[in-house]
Design a protein around this ligand. Structure first.
Ligand code: MV4
Length: 469
């Protein structure tokens, strides 16, 4: 056994607190690495030990590998947990950890590198029989090759920039005429925006759902799919709401999806916690998109319906423990929903805000969990992502989970900085969401339908009926 006795938490915000809690659950020591901007953070205040790794700018602190490694070595850590974001999917960090004898809490460096290259990941999945979106074999260089590729896959098709990502650099074409007009424009746009004019082509999946499968794999060959999450409610590729299990997913489709995910994870020699993302169309066809080699923001909904502590398992797996689960452990119990409260102003096109938190009233009661780094008087630095709190509800049924989320959001009150609490309450009480009628275009449609209400959120108008300040 590698053994893990003291972990460097190479992250900030709510996930640093989450990792710290997992360390405490396991009786492992923890050191919080923090930037100058995070000196007064909750993670630092709760930590046994904390070490400053540099200035606010993340390039000089949270993504500075020498600074992190020095922090780990001087504090005597034997493991490093990267959380999500920052260097969580950086193969070099995993590699350097290995060389310094520090256990990286994640998969081996070569697995991170392979899954980090989207073309390589897709190729490996395709070869091992995991469905991928039908498309061109690699880069399409000219119009003639584009026409040829689309002859096989049909219209509508999607031109994607190789160097794009996060939904940027995609162009739908619905006919050969449109392709002829747009192909060279798409190449030029790719060159201008991403520094490479390389594009490829895929069949366009209309109104897909984003469904992802949670993988947990130990270092002894045990590998499990811990169910799926639906993360279709996104705004500009930022997730707003996630849930487990995915609503209205045909049982056969679900079984095949989980089987495919296990097959893919086995094919890459996966270890630790990871996620395979799929697009699922209205007919139940699913296609591998990418694999995330980290713990994800939305992991709590899986924890809630499977009764597992995924972060604690990440640490135990890294320490060499065996993970043995029965079929009965792999049956979800009830339904769980997460919303992400961010420091953005929904009435001002979600403009991010920073500042000092005044009042924080967090929800509780049956079926509610809150993961947050907020406390009254906390100053939200402008330097990092805007996540403030995750509220996770649970119910025996999806309806109960939605009702409890509605109640929880009504109880929630955060003042001093803009936040999305009332917007999220409006969203989760919307009719389509209530029916589980979700897809990746849902939020855009919802915003359109509710533009008048959303533009006045924050004026204390609707959706804040619970807490009277
Ligand atoms: C697609 C697609 C439809 N058809 N590919 C957006 C982010 C990137 N990871 C993949 N994305 C998409 N790829 C084909 N062939 C629709 C999307 C998409 C999307 C995917 C997942 C979650 C939210 C999304 C929102 C808009 C578009």
């Amino acid at each position: 056994m590698a053994g893990v006795r003291k972990v460097l938490i190479a992250n900030r915000g709510e996930i640093a607190v989450r990792i710290l809690r997992a360390c405490r659950e396991l009786g492992i020591g923890a050191v919080v690495a923090y930037s100058e901007a995070d000196r007064d953070s909750l993670a630092v205040r709760l930590a046994d030990e904390a070490v400053c790794i540099g200035p606010a700018q993340s390039a000089r602190s949270y993504t500075n590998i020498p600074a992190l490694m020095s922090a780990a070595l001087v504090t005597g850590c034997d493991a490093l947990h990267p959380g999500y974001g920052f260097l969580a999917e950086n193969a070099y960090l995993a590699e350097i950890c290995q060389q310094l004898g520090i256990t990286f809490v994640g998969p081996p460096p070569d697995v991170i590198a392979k899954m980090g290259d989207k073309a390589v990941a897709r190729q490996i999945m395709k070869q091992s029989g995991v469905p991928t979106v039908p498309g061109s074999e690699g880069v399409v260089r000219d119009l003639a090759s584009a026409k040829e590729a689309i002859r096989r896959i049909g219209y509508p098709a999607l031109i994607k920039a190789v160097a794009g990502g996060g939904g940027r650099g995609m162009r739908v074409v619905t006919s050969e005429g449109e392709l002829t007009r747009l192909f060279s424009i798409a190449q030029q746009e790719a060159e201008t925006n991403f520094g490479s004019g390389d594009v490829y082509i895929e069949r366009y999946v209309d109104k897909p759902r984003h469904v992802e499968v949670q993988i947990l794999a130990d270092r002894h060959g045990h590998i499990y799919a811990i169910g799926e999450r639906d993360c279709s409610l996104q705004r500009r590729h930022q997730k707003l709401v996630e849930e487990a299990p995915a609503p209205n997913l045909n049982k056969k489709v679900r079984d095949n999806l989980l089987r495919a995910a296990i097959k893919g994870a086995k094919a890459v020699g996966y270890q630790n916690a990871g996620t395979l993302e799929f697009l699922v169309d209205a007919s139940g066809n699913f296609y591998f998109m990418e694999m995330n080699t980290r713990i994800q923001v939305e992991h709590p909904v899986t924890e809630r319906v499977y009764g597992l502590d995924l972060v604690a398992w990440q640490l135990q797996i890294a320490a060499g423990a065996e993970l043995k689960l029965d079929n009965k452990d792999l049956v979800p119990h009830g339904h769980s929903i997460e919303v992400r409260i961010t420091a953005e102003d929904p009435a001002a096109d979600f403009q991010p805000g920073a500042g000092t938190v005044d009042t924080v009233v967090l929800p509780g009661g049956p079926g509610i969990r809150v993961d947050t780094h907020l406390y009254p008087g906390y100053r939200v630095p402008p330097d990092y992502d805007s996540l403030l709190a995750k509220i996770i509800s649970w119910g025996e049924t999806r309806d109960q989970a939605v009702n409890r989320m509605d109640r929880a959001l009504a109880e929630t009150f955060i003042s001093g900085i803009p936040n999305t609490t009332s917007f999220l309450r409006l969203l989760v009480t919307d009719g389509g969401f209530r029916r589980g009628d979700v897809h990746t275009g849902y939020v855009a449609e919802f915003m359109h339908r509710n533009a008048a209400i959303i533009s006045r959120l924050g004026d204390g108008l609707p959706a804040s009926a619970g807490w009277n300040p």
